[in-house]
Structures are given as C-alpha cells and as structure tokens.
Design a protein around this ligand. Structure first.
Ligand code: GLV
Length: 324
C-alpha cells in the first residue's frame, strides 16, 4: 500500500473500491449526489489519483489545483466531461471504460427503439389511466421494426453492435461513417451521406461521441430532412441534438417520436417542454446500467487508477500521447 491519496467521487458497485483501498489512501464521496466542483477542487491539492464520473467536470483549473496528480480515471466510455487536451499538456493520463458496455448499451438503444416504435410507455399509461375498455383496431398502433430502415449515425463499437441487432430484424442498414467498416459492410450496411441517411431512415440512432463537431449535429435543418414517420433514438450525449429543434419537430409532427437516454442538460428540468410531449420517451441516462456491466466498468476504472499510481501505462487510456 502506498501513501498516494485518491479521491473517488462516488461509491461504486461491489467491492471494487475495497480493492482500490488496498493500494492507496482512498477517500470516497458517500453522497448519492456528486460533490460540487469546489469540493473536488479543494481535495486536489494532495491527490495522486482522481476516480470520477461523467457528472464531474474536470477542467484545467481543477487540474491545476493539484501538483501531484498521476491519473484521472473516468468510470464511463465517454469523456467529454474532461478536458483531455489540458490533461495531456500536463502529462496526466486519463482512463475510460470502453468495450465492456458496448453490448449493454446497444441492447438499450434497441429497447428504446422498440419501446417508441410500439408505444410501450403509452400503453402502460393507457392501462393505468383506466382507458383499456376494449380491443380496438386503431388503438396505440405503432410502427413496424422488422424490415424497416435504420440509420446509424457514428458507427463505432456501439453503432456496430446496434447494427448486429438490427440484422436480426432484417432491417436495411444505413451508416454515415465507417469506423467499423468491415463489420458494418458484412452486415449489409450501406454508407451514405448524413442527409441521405436522415431522409431515408425509419429509425435514426445516434452513436457519436460529443465533440465540437457533433454538438447539435441534429438541429432544425436535419430534422426537416427526416420522414414524418421517423423515430430518433439518442443514447450518445444529449447535446448532439438541439433540444429546442427536437421539441418543435416532435410537437409539429415533423418526425413521429424520439426516445432519449441522454438530455441537455442532465437531469432534464421538470419544466422542459420535451417532457410535455407524449411522443418523447425520456429515461435517465441508463443505457449501460446493467448490474454486470456497471460492475465491470467500476473494475476497469479502478484498474486504470492502480496503473496510474504505479506509473504504469493505463490499460485503457484516452490520451496515450502522454507516454510519447
Ligand atoms: C455513459 O454514458 C458512458 O459514457 O459510459
């Protein structure tokens, strides 16, 4: 055990943090809610490791509040909450948790697609409101999934995993990028431009990381290209969509429905207009939330911290250029 101080900004599943505490002097933030930015900043002065979540903003000022930081480990595959360039400039390796959540997140994206297409949340509400008085030919009729066209925006690991699921439904697959070219092509995926993808798809599923380029990449113009029967699914990051543009498109029937695991901001305020719409299904950023996957993410995040403290290369490093 070393004297290195590590701060974990939340409790984690299982005995992962117990394992970490055998390597270092570990402090764990026990509240359900995240520590304020100021609290993390205060802790930084003598920290060697920071184990954080996507709810923690890790910017240059925060990094500069410490002088001994050897590793930042994010328990998430996404890392848009961390200024990676600033970490690299300071020689701090940043870890994330890719791979282990791919299939779980793809399951959930497909679950959202199916729930919105077949109006499952509305059906539940209908029963609970006492409206189920008889079987009726038009009640809660939704959209078919089998044989429909799925547009996947961003075909990285999760996009490809969604494509595999779509194959079982004999869907036509359109992708706008071919990061996983061989796999998507093998599945019969066709590469098209973003505009064509939007115009031709019955379902559009977002799988891009949040960057300056992808911020609000779906806004008024893009929504205007989509079919009036189309359904938009977002399990990426809230601000890849322009929320006001989405609200107008859903309200005005420009597209049929949306299913969002992520919003901008998070949590979505209760007075957000999207929450007034029956055709917008919103859940609280839980796409990777299976018991097994969250446990694996925590293990990976801890492995990154331990490697960083030991001065070893992080097993999953976002900025490997720190080692050059
Ligand atoms: C969740 O959104 C993640 O990035 O892991």
């Amino acid at each position: 055990m070393s004297n290195d101080k590590v701060f974990a900004t939340r409790q984690m599943p299982g005995s992962t943090l117990e394992r970490l505490s055998q390597y270092c002097d570990l402090e764990v933030w026990d509240d359900f809610m995240p520590p304020d930015y100021e609290i993390i900043t205060e802790k930084m002065s003598d920290l060697a490791g920071l184990l954080c979540l996507l709810t923690d903003r890790i910017d240059p000022q925060l990094m500069d509040a410490g002088s001994n930081l050897k590793v930042i480990s994010n328990m998430a595959v996404g890392f848009d909450n961390i200024d990676i360039e600033a970490a690299t400039l300071r020689g701090i390796p940043v870890g994330n948790t890719p791979g282990v959540l791919t299939e779980t997140t793809a399951d959930f994206a497909f679950a959202l697609l199916m729930a919105a297409a077949r109006r499952i949340p509305e059906g539940r509400q209908y029963v609970q409101d006492g409206k189920w008085r008889t079987w009726h030919p038009t009640v809660l009729a939704g959209q078919d999934i089998f044989g429909a066209t799925l547009g996947i925006i961003g075909s990285g690991r999760i996009g490809a995993a969604v494509a595999r699921r779509a194959k079982g439904f004999k869907m036509r697959l359109l992708v706008n990028s071919l990061e996983t070219e061989a796999e998507i092509r093998q599945l019969g995926g066709e590469k098209v431009g973003l505009d064509d993808l939007l115009a031709q798809s019955d379902y559009v599923s977002m799988h891009v990381p949040l960057t300056d380029e992808t911020h609000h990449m779906i806004s008024d113009r893009e929504l205007g290209l989509m079919k009036s029967t189309a359904i938009l699914i977002n399990t990426a990051r809230g601000s890849v969509l322009d929320p006001m543009a989405l609200y107008h498109a859903l309200r005005d029937g420009q597209i049929l429905a949306a299913a969002l695991d992520v919003t901008d901001p998070e949590p979505i305020p209760l007075d957000d207009p999207l929450l007034t719409l029956d055709n917008c299904l919103i859940v609280p950023h839980i796409a990777s939330a299976s018991v097994a996957t969250r446990a694996k993410m925590a293990e990976m995040a801890v492995d990154n911290v331990i490697a960083g403290l030991r001065g070893e290369r992080l097993p999953t490093c976002v900025n490997p250029e720190v080692y050059d």
